[in-house]
Design a protein. Structure first.
Lengths: 286, 593
């Protein structure tokens, strides 16, 4: 029973984390129409920013506050340099170009930070554990991670529901062509959405850094799992990405305990099963 | 349609073959192995191009079958003896092909981005199965101790462990695979696959089961990927779960795009270029200390390639050879004798379609007699196109029956209905733009031959040609047979829609605004043609050109708000007060239409 409870908590926390990464991916696909293979690299960027910024600032939360604007700017520059050339190209060319970006980002990571696995310290005031039952306790920092993810998710929902730019995003979500017809400057909207997606992925990477090792291949794992989440939820659907992320988080957490050798298999099988039953994902438009 | 490669490309490919034959004599073992690897990867990427560039299925999991082929060799290799290549290689193809059938049966249900992701998921499943368990060496991979040999009746004919022997085997297989895929792409089967790539809905409406065709393409490509995999495992004598991984699939896509999709030879060039660039960037004597950061250079190269040459190397080679409009050699006089035949009779009973709360077609009951022209008119939003979509199977009715010559067809898929002799045209021009006019018609004509899976046109060749010649002559397109459909005027494209229906041999024609966008002369010709067609077809016509539809039709049905408001001869309809009220609204008391 305790084991189940712990895994539910772990699954939810992991799910919330990948929701941050996947929501950026689904927005970029839904609104810009871009398949971005390099999305995982931005999670990696966040993780390594956490390493460097924490070493200067002393606290991973300060690193988060400084890191998000850095990542946002980085995303805007990448959009301006590369992504904007892809809007009227077919998916294959998008795959090719963003794959090239992965190679470049991975190499830059090696040059700047090396290949040694690195760690980020948990802030001292969050080091303890919360006692849940007689024998069971749960690390405070993981609770904080979940809380921050929820906070960022709520902030994102508010931006999308309440602001003018959010209105454009919703318009773009339901009908990409309409945005241009309505006379919205799609170049700025696209740049903002892409940069916001990068910032979300990096934020996930930063706050996750203290609970996992920071190593070179970290982005690719997140990339694949984010794609799985986006597809399960239905491309372009934030709600779908949220539910998909929690499902995948739980499947992964329980898989790791009960069938450790088949945990990743279970995740992909879940995605394939979803698509067989609903070829457009849970909340997707077919 | 895929053309045979131009002369300059053939020369280039022949030169590459010649170079491959010379390489072993002028270089050392390292180069031989390097080229062997390129040739094996080339086989792999040609099979991927058959999926991506010919059939339009962008698979991000093609390495699944590559890995399966490799692991088959591991499983059949005895501990300290050579596996027989005559068993191992075909077995790898069969196992990979069967797996492709199973995975494809699920995957081709999805489309576009979802297809990309579901194929990726299957690749990752295999990867994690082999990577996370101790099965077959687990994440460390496993060695194949003795390389396979070709053994027949106990005698070893070829030892594939021999570097040179294996090199030449790979070269022969590469050339063979290229020629096989080229032939496949140009045979009737390949024509359907390319049709699917450009316009799947239209292919289905012509009577092809697109699902089955896509599955066949997926299985063929998978089995050749399996062959490439077993060859790859032979090079190093080593298998690893990475062979299944998304990077392997991804790099293969890179090579295809780099070389030029849909050309079959392009990906081979892509594979060579990719391998050469990688090799150069890794060689420190050429690039100095940068060799350590070779993937930086490779990444920049890929980005530069996408931005500067979107159609790949093949796109640079094939400077749009403007296809000179050759005069059709088969200009057959228009008056071809057609075997007089009976059109199909259509009975519709209580047909209903609702979208949520909106009822688009509301309990329509009609009987359309054979060998007549039946017009359907009604204001915009009356449900005319929905009605046609229900008849052709593009939409499933909510309730009701549709009988074609007494056979129930309501709810059948479009291709099944088309094969029973019901053909349709579309309100918006819906043809295969990259195909020539003749190829468009050929795709339609071959749809009704007994088995559309044939590799050669065979005995139907003459029949197909006669059908096409008739269809083109009847629609006045004979002179444009060899032009690409994309180059036709709008009116000619509308005519081509009709020509395709004629070539398909359908006996009941559903025409959705065939006159839209036609000039007066074309309108006159098409309306005359429709009258002629009634001799051996049943024609159902939706049209906004009132003069034309009243002049052409034997009966008219008026749809308003999804219901049949009136039915009768054009004269009866012209005088019907309810029709004038509904149709013309406030103009009802003015002149009759």
């Amino acid at each position: 029973m305790e084991l189940v409870l712990i895994q539910v908590l772990n699954g939810l926390q992991y799910g919330l984390l990948i929701f941050l990464a996947a929501s950026g991916l689904t927005l970029v696909f839904g609104i810009l129409g871009i398949i971005n293979l390099s999305h995982g690299s931005f999670y990696m960027l966040g993780a390594y920013l956490a390493v460097t910024l924490t070493s200067y600032l002393g606290d991973v939360f300060l690193a988060l506050i400084v890191g998000i604007p850095i990542a946002f700017l980085f995303g805007a520059v990448i959009e301006w340099l590369f992504i904007r050339h892809l809007y009227d190209r077919d998916h294959l060319q998008q795959v090719l170009l963003t794959f090239g970006l992965i190679l470049i980002f991975n190499e830059l990571q090696r040059i700047l930070w090396g290949t040694r696995p690195l760690g980020v310290a948990t802030p001292s005031y969050l080091e303890g554990s919360i006692r849940l039952t007689e024998v069971l306790s749960y690390p405070v920092y993981r609770v904080a991670v979940a809380a921050i993810c929820v906070l960022l998710a709520v902030a994102m929902m508010l931006v999308i529901q309440r602001t003018r730019i959010g209105q454009m995003i919703r318009a773009g979500e339901s009908n990409r062509e309409m945005v241009e017809v309505l006379g919205i400057d799609s170049r700025l909207l696209f740049r903002f959405v892409f940069a916001a997606g990068v910032a979300l992925a990096a934020a996930a990477g930063i706050i996750a850094a203290p609970v996992e090792t920071v190593y070179p291949g970290i982005g690719e794992r997140v990339l694949i799992i984010s794609f799985v989440v986006v597809v399960i939820g239905g491309i372009g659907s934030i709600k779908g990405a949220f539910i998909g992320a929690l499902l995948i988080g739980l499947a992964d957490a329980f898989g790791k305990v009960f069938l450790p050798q088949f945990a990743s298999f279970a995740v992909y099988a879940l995605m394939a099963a979803t698509l067989i039953l609903r070829p457009g994902g849970l909340f997707g438009r077919v | 349609m895929l053309k045979l490669p131009s002369r300059s490309v053939v020369i280039l490919l022949a030169a590459l073959c010649a170079a491959a034959l010379i390489v072993p004599y002028v270089t050392g073992p390292y180069a031989i192995k390097f080229v062997t690897r390129i040739m094996v990867i080339a086989i792999f990427v040609i099979s991927l191009d058959f999926l991506i560039g010919i059939t339009g299925l962008v698979s991000f999991g093609h390495a699944t079958f590559f890995g399966i082929g490799a692991y088959v060799l591991y499983f059949v290799s005895p501990e300290a003896d050579a596996a027989n290549a005559l068993i191992a290689f075909p077995l790898a193809m069969i196992v990979a092909g069967l797996c492709a059938c199973i995975i494809g049966a699920v995957s081709v249900l999805t489309r576009g981005f979802y297809f990309i992701m579901v194929t990726l998921a299957f690749g990752q499943m295999f990867y994690s199965l082999f990577h996370d368990t101790r099965f077959a060496g687990g994440s460390d991979g496993a060695y194949i101790n003795v390389k396979p040999a070709v053994t027949l009746a106990g005698a070893s004919l070829l030892d594939l462990g021999g570097r040179l022997t294996f090199y030449h085997v790979c070269l022969v297989l590469l050339v063979g695979c290229y020629l096989m895929f080229l032939a496949l792409a140009r045979c009737p089967l390949g024509r359907v696959l390319q049709g699917i790539r450009h316009n799947e809905q239209r292919v289905a409406a012509l009577g092809y089961n697109a699902y089955v065709f896509k599955l066949v393409a997926f299985a063929i490509a998978g089995s050749i990927a399996g062959l490439a995999g077993v060859l790859y495992a032979t090079i190093d004598g080593y298998v690893t779960p990475d062979l299944f991984g998304w990077r392997e699939s991804g790099v293969a896509i890179m090579m295809v795009v780099l070389g030029g999709t849909g050309t079959l030879y392009g990906p081979v060039l892509g594979a060579i270029l990719y391998a050469l660039i990688e090799e150069v960037l890794k060689t420190s004597s050429l690039v100095g200390p940068l060799a350590e950061h070779w993937s930086l250079g490779l990444g920049l190269f890929l980005i530069a390639a996408v931005l500067s040459a979107p159609r790949g190397i093949a796109g640079l080679l094939e400077r749009r050879a403007a296809t000179a409009a050759k005069q059709s050699t088969t200009a057959v006089p228009p008056s071809i004798k057609r075997v007089a035949a009976r059109g199909k009779e259509l009975e519709v009973q209580d047909l209903r379609k609702s979208f949520g709360g909106l009822v688009a077609v509301d309990n329509v009951t009609l009987r359309l007699a054979p060998n007549q022209v039946h017009g359907i008119i009604g204001p915009n939003g009356a449900g005319k196109t929905t009605f046609i979509n229900l008849l052709s199977g593009a939409l499933r009715p909510t309730a009701g029956q549709v009988r074609l010559d007494g056979e129930e067809i309501a709810g059948s898929p479009p291709h099944a209905i088309a094969r029973r002799g019901l053909g349709r045209s579309y309100q918006r021009t819906n043809i295969f733009l990259p195909f020539t006019v003749r190829e468009n018609c050929l795709l339609a004509a071959q749809a009704r031959r007994p088995s559309p899976f044939r590799l050669t046109a065979g005995k139907h060749w003459a029949e197909n040609n006669a059908d096409i010649a008739y269809a083109l002559a009847a629609t006045g397109l004979s002179a444009r047979a060899e032009d690409r459909a994309a180059h036709l005027s709008h009116g000619e494209q509308r005519q081509l829609e009709i020509a395709m229906l004629l070539a398909s041999g359908a006996r009941l024609l559903l025409l959705d605004e065939p006159l839209g966008g036609m000039g007066p002369e074309e309108t006159a010709r098409v309306t005359a043609l429709l009258r002629e067609l009634a001799a051996d077809h049943t024609v159902v016509l939706i049209e906004h050109d009132m003069d034309a539809i009243f002049a052409t039709s034997d009966t008219l049905t008026v749809l308003v708000g999804g219901r049949v408001l009136a039915q009768g001869t054009p004269d009866q309809i012209r005088r019907d007060a309810a029709v004038r009220q509904a149709y013309l609204g406030r103009f009802a008391d003015q002149e009759p239409i």
